[in-house]
Design a protein around this ligand. Structure first.
Ligand code: ADP
Length: 265
């Protein structure tokens, strides 16, 4: 249709005056929509060929002579194919999350159950090489989409492990605060320099892309977290010091949180 989308801003201007700025963002929104659709289609189309490749490579690998140069080459091919598949899957997840206009914020999510799952995931990733501590406030639940919140949390946890040397500490917690429920992941890993912090949630933005790639990162984890949280009226907070460590956290606002005070047994 020929409807236009206007972005209107009202700003304080001089003493007691206001300035109104209207911008026609119809075209910007159209292009954004095309970009999203394109990415979603390409990712979807790439999924099948990659799955086929991976299947044949696995088969060939199992039939090859052990220790032959072929096996090493096949290992590499399989690794890269698997990486490509996880990128494609993450891209699809991101476009689904971006477009989710119908996130139901009336579904109760049991946080003690979610934290159990996250703990298992964290311990599996940490493989006894990290000191992982866990706290879950009893009786503190939220309303929203379980999968979205969980994917935000698990991306923060896998990053904390990925960007911390073995032997490091990871503290994961969900607790009640005045403004709602606070989820936080603290690590004492490599940290991020201040000039990068504001850009970490952009798609494919990485401080050190070689390192991120090597450790299995796709560059999409924080973009996914940001969008998943925005559906829950929440934002990602990043505090970090280069060489010292980082804390990634978010607050689910009080209107989406329920606190049932636990009776002492
Ligand atoms: P990736 O797959 O590269 O980890 P993310 O979107 O999850 O993609 O993260 C983007 C970038 O943010 C990472 O490449 C890394 O440079 C930085 N980063 C994320 N989490 C941490 C962390 N806990 N400590 C240090 N750097 C981090």
């Amino acid at each position: 249709s020929d409807r236009h989308i206007l972005e209107i801003r009202i700003m304080a201007y001089g003493s007691g005056q206001q300035l109104l700025i209207a911008r026609d963002i119809t075209r910007v929104r159209q292009l954004e929509g095309m970009r999203k659709e394109f990415v979603a289609n390409v990712s979807h189309e790439l999924k099948t060929p990659l799955t086929v490749l991976q299947g044949y490579l696995e088969m060939m690998q199992s039939m090859a002579e052990p220790d032959s140069p072929n096996v090493r080459a096949m290992d590499q091919m399989l690794q890269q194919t698997t990486r490509m598949r996880s990128m494609v899957e993450q891209l699809l997840a991101l476009s689904r999350i971006e477009d989710a206009s119908d996130v139901d914020l009336e579904v109760k999510v049991s946080m003690s159950q979610m934290m159990d799952i996250l703990r298992d995931e964290a311990l599996a990733l940490a493989q006894d090489q990290y000191e992982v501590s866990f706290y879950c406030e009893p009786g503190l639940d939220l309303y929203g989409n379980e999968l979205l919140v969980r994917s935000a949390c698990s991306n923060l946890i896998s990053n904390a492990i990925r960007y911390t040397e073995p032997g490091g500490n990871i503290e994961i917690s969900w607790r009640k605060v005045a403004s709602g429920g606070l989820f936080s992941v603290k690590d004492n890993g490599e940290g991020v320099a201040p000039q990068h912090i504001g850009r970490l949630t952009e798609r494919f933005y990485r401080v050190d892309s070689a390192r991120s790639r090597q450790s299995g990162g796709t560059g999409l984890g924080l973009a996914i977290a940001k969008h998943a949280l925005s559906h829950h009226q929440s934002e990602l907070n990043i505090m970090s010091q280069l060489g010292k460590g980082s804390t990634f956290s978010f607050v689910i606002p009080a209107n989406l949180v329920e606190f049932t005070k636990q009776e002492l047994a």
